[in-house]
Design a protein around this ligand. Structure first.
Ligand code: NAD
Ligand code: WQD
Length: 334
């Protein structure tokens, strides 16, 4: 029996596959390579010395997806495949609703048809309405952009599927701010375009690709005026999927867990820690706030700890060092 990983050549998917292979799972990957490169497959093999199947398939393509379910004995699905840029989703909402929501509907229909009813889904802290951190799974929900709406809607769809037939086992994982890379430096976040997120922007400044970091506002109501987030190492996030998988393979349920460290760091904290960890200064300038940003967002991950036995193990130093190692070893990405 194999675990089907949609979006498996992407950033979080590739790290999760390494953990799955290391734990002895059989893995089947589906990805249309819309935001990732085929080269990652060799890197995963290099790290794990294990083999797996890869299908270059769009999850919207029902026939191709059915073929995969026919040819492989799938036990559960980890569903990463999604478009994820907040700004792009505002400009191209139809593309986001179609890819993320229709893609998930097709996937669930095919799963149902082949009697595969176990899924771990990639949700996001972006589904929370406010910034009354720490955010628990019961904090008020409400997204402010099409990308976030797709995550909220898919969460609801998956809950409804479970309500209609509780032989399903579904876990919604709400990641906070995944950063870092595998300790080997062989896989990491491959930002082809200008990065939207803080850490890949910092590593590109550090390597000289960009002149300076723009800090999006220093007039927030925080201890240094810059935004506070819950940065969590991608390998810890990856390991969270194995815990979630373990739970649903043994239990029918629809549960939701925050995956974060429970600690918030400001943009300036990250800049100082990056310099501390790597010895490289990050020139920066303060500019206007980015529309849609909140002041503070960090997790209460007690539930993941108590029910899944998961907690983050890597600290900010690990996150900065591993992000930098990936950048140095792969200055042009994969
Ligand atoms: P990513 O873009 O690196 O990976 C997503 C993968 O899905 C890509 O390889 C892409 O090619 C693939 N994909 C997209 N649409 C597809 C389709 N229709 N058919 C097949 N493959 C498709 O993103 P990531 O950072 O690894 O994120 C993984 C998941 O986690 C996403 O669902 C994302 O929304 C969610 N998430 C990410 C973050 C983050 O900060 N990285 C935070 C919270 C949640
Ligand atoms: C972090 C902090 C910025 C870049 C995003 C998505 C969210 C989730 C995770 C998918 C903020 C500041 C950033 C820069 C800066 N993704 N910043 N200069 O906004 O918390 O979350 O990624 O689900 O949905 O919205 O992460 O890394 O973009 O920003 O000052 O060039 O860094 O203002 O305070 P964010 P981020």
């Amino acid at each position: 029996m194999a675990i089907l990983v949609t979006g498996g050549t992407g950033y979080i998917g590739s790290h999760t596959i390494v953990e799955l292979l290391n734990e002895g799972y059989d893995v089947v990957i589906v990805d249309n390579l819309s935001n990732s490169k085929i080269e990652v497959l060799h890197k995963i093999k290099q790290i794990t010395k294990k083999d797996f199947k890869f299908y270059e398939v769009d999850i919207l393509c029902r026939e191709a997806l059915e073929e995969i379910f026919k040819k492989n004995s799938i036990e559960a699905v980890i569903h990463f495949a999604s478009l994820k840029s907040v700004g792009e989703s505002v400009a191209k909402p139809l593309m986001y609703y179609n890819n993320n929501i229709v893609g998930t509907l097709v996937l669930c229909e095919v799963m149902n048809r082949y009697n595969v009813k176990k899924m771990v889904f990639s949700s996001s802290a972006t589904v929370y309405k406010g910034s009354d951190s720490p955010l628990t799974e019961d904090s008020e929900l409400g997204a402010t952009n099409p990308y976030g709406n797709t995550k909220l809607m898919i969460e609801q769809i998956l809950r409804d599927i479970y309500m209609s037939n509780n032989s399903w086992g579904i876990t919604l994982l709400r990641y906070f701010n995944p950063v870092g890379a595998h300790e080997s430096g062989l896989i990491g976040e491959d930002s082809v375009d200008t990065p939207n997120n803080l850490m890949p922007y910092i590593t590109q400044v550090a390597i000289g690709k960009r002149k300076q970091l723009n800090i999006f506002g220093d007039d927030y109501n925080t201890y240094d005026g810059t935004g506070i987030r819950d940065y969590v190492h991608v390998v810890d996030i990856a390991k969270g999927h194995l815990k979630a998988l373990d739970e649903i393979l043994n239990k029918n349920q629809c549960e939701v867990y925050n995956l974060g460290t429970g600690k918030g760091y400001s943009v300036l904290d990250i800049i100082y820690q990056f310099t501390e960890s790597t010895g490289i200064d990050i020139p920066y300038t303060v500019c206007n706030r980015r529309p849609g940003d909140v002041a503070i967002c960090y997790a209460d991950s007690t539930s993941a700890y108590e029910k899944l036995g998961w907690k983050s193990e890597r600290n900010l130093d690990d996150m900065c060092r591993d992000s930098w190692k990936w950048q140095v070893l792969n200055p042009f990405g994969y």
